[in-house]
Structure formats: structure tokens, C-alpha cells
Design a protein around this ligand. Structure first.
Ligand SMILES: NC(=O)c1ccc[n+]([C@@H]2O[C@H](COP(=O)([O-])OP(=O)(O)OC[C@H]3O[C@@H](n4cnc5c(N)ncnc54)[C@H](OP(=O)(O)O)[C@@H]3O)[C@@H](O)[C@H]2O)c1
Length: 322
């Protein structure tokens, strides 16, 4: 079968599409025939081995040559012990903690990390959701509760995770402001943002505006600066890009929160489990979450797809179809 492969950390130039043996499912796994995959910033982190935390699976060189987090496809073969999935089932999964080998014709997936794609949702649309959608869900959950009219600021709202976070917050009745560069304003508005701020021309931490909830995906500012965006009683949730900021929020977040009457924390990534993705089923069916796609590429052109994402020109998800 074909697979996107690499032997070293680096830019898209270290990638190639090559031939490898088709895997067989182990106990508790299914073999999925990949119909679509999508790229995430976390794929770029794993490709580059940066930040250093992305080298958990190989400090000097990647232990696995494979790439790819998001998978949508059909079950081709069922491993021993799997009772609830069968050949032909349409499934999706985030393989961030499960071998990240989705950019291929076939991939082995733990059965308990995969769930059924909702009826009427295409493989291409489904493939955009798992990794970035689950990050958005986990980030917003950490800042709960939401009520109609809750004022939410999403910092870094125009990347892979942001449009899902905007849609999830809007679906809960929030009034959402997205912060990103001006050329991502249309994408943020398409996701449902009520207001957008250009981080290049406006420092939101100095604007004097206060929010009930801040979801920080950009991870570009310090804890005291971000605290200025919160009302008293407000909640801040960080999806940390760097280990340093994760540690800072774990250590200093509770203290800053207590002193300022806010809640300031960071999410601890939870490996994908079936129940998380199932939360998207009703949202997709109701049209409350709508995948926003930048472009679709053939598997043979996956290296160019990575170059496109790495260039910063993507506006929405970049999809790869075997
Ligand atoms: N903590 C965890 O457990 C965990 C787990 C998995 C992944 N992650 C990380 O979580 C992040 C997921 O986000 P993503 O995929 O949506 O990233 P992304 O696609 O890079 O989006 C981040 C956005 O923030 C914008 N931005 C840059 N500087 C900004 C600033 N000063 N103010 C506001 N916005 C700014 C970027 O715009 P420009 O294009 O202009 O730079 C970009 O559009 C990734 O970094 C990933 O590595 C964390």
C-alpha cells in the first residue's frame, strides 16, 4: 500500500510517498481503509519534531516513519476481541496517541478509539473533525459552564482548531469574538464569530474589553496579560503549544486565579476515546458544526499538501484523499 513516510525530523522536504506492507489489525484493533485524512498543526509539529515535546516518540529521529492523525474510512478487517464494529462500517478517529499513521491507504486503529461516522456526513467532511474538533471540545469544556449570551474570546481562532471552537461556542448560545490576522477574518465569520479582531493591529489584552471565557489557542501571551481579558469570575483555558506555558499555567494559574477572582488553567490532552467523537454526531447532523475546508489533495500529492499548510496560506482544513 502507499503511505506518507519520513526518516528524519524536518520540513515537508523530508516526506515521501512510498510503498509499505499493508498492516494487519492486532487484538482490539480494526484495519481501516482510509477514505480521507486531514492535516493539523500537530502534524506539522510531529513532522518538525518541534516543539521538543513533539519528540516523545524519538528524541533524535522519529521511531515511526508514518504520519497522519485524522482518519475517516471503512473497516476492512476486524481484529480479535472486537465485538462492536464490523467490515464495511464507516468510522473516524484521531490517531494522535494511537500511532499517527493515517496518511496511507490502510491504517490500524484501536476499536475503542474509533466510532461511527454520522449518516449523511461524507468521508471528506468527517476527516476534518477528529484531532482539531476534539481539542476545541476539550478546551471549551475546561472553561464551562456556558449560558446564552456568555461572552467568549477565542485567541488564535483562524487556524485548525479555532473554527471548531467558534462553532461549538456559538452552538451553546455564546457571543463569540475571534482573534487572528485580518486575512482570516472571513474564515472566522464563516464559522460564526460575531466579532473579529486582527492581532496585528490590535492588542486585545489592552483593549479594555472583558470576557466571561477566554479560550487561548495561539499561546502567544503571558498569564498576566491574558488575565486582563477576563471579567471577575471569568474562566481562561489554554491549549498549550509549548511545555513552558503548560507548566506556567499549572503552577501559577491557580494562584493568579485566586488573587484576581478568575479561573485560569490549561487543558491536559486526553487521548481520543469513542465517547468524545460521538459528541460531534448530533452537532454535525444538526448542522451546528460545519467543516470548513481549504483544499483537497490526492495522497500522491500529500507532500505538496503539507507545504501548503506549512506556508500559512490555508484557510480551513487541508484534506488528503487516497
Ligand atoms: N496542549 C495540548 O495538549 C495539545 C495537544 C495537541 C496539540 N496542541 C497544540 O495546540 C495547537 C492547536 O492549534 P491550531 O492547530 O489551531 O494551531 P494553528 O492552526 O497554528 O492556529 C493558531 C492560530 O493563531 C494565530 N496567531 C498567531 N499569533 C497570534 C497572536 N499573537 N494572537 C492571536 N492569534 C495568533 C495563527 O496565525 P498566523 O498564521 O498569523 O501565525 C493561527 O491562525 C497547536 O499548536 C498544537 O501543537 C496542544
Amino acid at each position: 500500500m502507499r503511505a506518507v513516510l519520513r526518516d528524519a525530523y524536518g520540513g515537508p522536504e523530508v516526506l515521501r510517498v512510498g510503498e509499505v506492507a499493508t498492516p494487519r489489525p492486532g487484538p482490539g484493533e480494526v484495519l481501516v481503509r482510509v477514505r480521507a485524512s486531514s492535516l493539523n498543526t500537530a502534524d506539522l509539529d510531529q513532522l518538525r519534531g518541534l516543539p521538543r515535546i513533539a519528540r516523545v516518540e524519538g528524541v533524535r529521529r522519529p521511531r515511526s516513519p508514518h504520519m497522519g492523525l485524522d482518519v475517516a474510512g471503512e473497516v476492512e478487517e476486524v481484529g480479535s476481541g472486537v465485538r462492536d464494529l464490523e467490515r464495511g462500517d464507516r468510522v473516524w478517529a484521531d490517531l494522535f496517541s494511537h500511532g499517527h499513521a493515517a496518511l496511507a491507504d490502510y491504517v490500524r486503529v484501536p476499536a475503542d478509539a474509533s466510532s461511527r461516522i454520522p449518516d449523511g456526513v461524507s468521508f471528506v467532511d468527517a476527516a476534518t473533525v477528529p484531532h482539531s474538533g476534539l481539542l476545541a471540545l476539550q478546551g471549551l469544556r475546561a472553561a464551562a459552564p456556558f449560558r446564552a449570551g456568555t461572552r467568549v474570546l477565542i485567541n488564535g481562532a483562524g487556524g485548525c482548531v479555532g473554527p471548531f471552537a467558534i462553532q461549538l461556542a456559538v452552538s451553546r448560545g455564546a457571543h463569540v469574538t475571534g482573534v487572528d490576522s485580518a486575512d482570516k477574518a472571513d474564515l472566522m465569520r464563516a464559522a460564526g464569530a460575531h466579532e473579529v479582531i486582527d492581532y496585528v493591529t490590535e492588542d486585545v489584552t489592552r483593549s479594555g474589553k472583558r470576557y466571561d471565557v477566554v479560550l487561548d489557542i495561539a499561546d502567544t501571551r503571558g498569564i498576566l496579560a491574558m488575565r486582563r481579558c477576563l471579567k471577575r469570575g471569568g474562566r481562561y483555558s489554554l491549549i498549550a503549544r509549548r511545555l513552558g506555558s503548560f507548566a506556567r499555567y499549572v503552577l501559577a494559574g491557580p494562584l493568579v486565579g485566586r488573587l484576581t477572582g478568575t479561573r485560569m488553567g490549561t487543558i491536559l490532552w486526553k487521548p481520543n476515546r469513542r465517547a468524545y467523537l460521538d459528541e460531534f454526531v448530533a452537532l454535525l447532523a444538526a448542522g451546528e458544526v460545519r467543516p470548513l475546508i481549504d483544499s483537497t489533495w490526492a495522497l500522491d500529492d500529500a507532500v505538496t499538501a503539507f507545504e501548503h499548510l506549512a506556508s500559512g496560506r490555508a484557510r480551513g482544513k487541508v484534506v488528503v484523499v487516497p
